[in-house]
Design a protein around this ligand. Sequence first.
Ligand code: GLU
Length: 419
Amino acid sequence: MTTPVYDPYEEAKKQLRKAVDLLGYGDEVYEVLAVPDRVLEVKLPVRMDDGTVKVFIGWRSQHNCALGPYKGGVRYHPNVHKNEVIALSMWMTWKNALAGIPYGGGKGGIRVDPRKLSFAELERLSRTFFHAIADIVGIDRDIPAPDVYTNPQTMAWFMDEYSRKVSNQILGIVTGKPKILGGLNVRMISTGHGTAITAREAAKKLWGTVEGKTVALQGFGNAGQYAAKSLYEWGAKIVAVSDSKGGIYSSKGFNAEELIKWKVEKGTVVGFPEAEKTFKSDDPLYLDVDILIPAALENAITKENVDKVKAKIIAEAANGPTTPEADVELAKRGVVVIPDILANAGGVIMSHIEWVNNRMGGWIKEEEALARLEEKMTNNFEEVWKFWEEIGRDHPMRDAAYGVAVKRVVEAMKLRGWI
Ligand code: GLU
């Protein structure tokens, strides 16, 4: 028997089917939402530093715009493929609807290992990509942002390329920009901090507090780092952390700030002096901890390995880390899996504040933005938790989150006369 190839788009469609059935909608609603509005595939020829030309490939998927302009990040990764980008754009539709921000869902990706490109090559690739998708984006049309292996510098190039093309300075064409170009410093911490807020709220429900609880993280990029930092500041114990090069463990718990410094300097958590032992990248998934944070990529917890997962709360900082089969299994065992569309919405919630701020010509203070994020994340968590209790906690919490999100999108489509 051959192992079936994992296709995130197939998983995303299964989740949608479940939500449509839960809400009692017919096939028509499923058909309309299962397919993205538009997917643009672009060829990206880039002049490399050695004078040769290399051709890359990229996509922008626009899933649904019933609630407003398409919104979502652009990832650079050697394994990105079209169906992954489509799935991610669908997840953005639900994430934005659930967050209560006036956006539809979009996502982009370039198949590239950015760690193998020079700074100048990355700039040329980024500009070529944005130029190639410029005709389908727009401040009220589609607003990209950072995702895996893209950052404020990438957004600065995107914004500049677009502004040159349209001969207008359109700061709000992308979010997640550097502060001096209309970004907010707190945008960098927002995804991880938001995930930490949802983990904290879930811990309060189960144990009254997050203080003293043990935490393991698989993945230590932007989202993982700031989830760890906030939880550490609230007194949780960060016992295990990993990245693509390996993982480390400490029974006493790591100082998250020191660990972030190490990671930024060395490019990996491996070798951090406080570690008691070293293990493989996926090992944090199987530790007996209170809180597990998958913060890497899709397909981390599957029906093949779900039996080995022992955590009581799982807060999904990554997009799509748990497959639908594993999700059902975990719900049966009473594990609280805070779904990605709720747990990692902090990034796009802050993106929305940045976009509003750009349109107002710069108005919002960093502290105000952070307070808004806190309020939104806790309120959204409460709303989903309440609906979860209504449908029954033997169902995955994701079903409740999807219920709220899909309903909003369908209502908007009905009002627009689309269905
Ligand atoms: N890439 C992030 C996500 O998956 C943020 C998207 C945004 O800010 O538009 O939610």
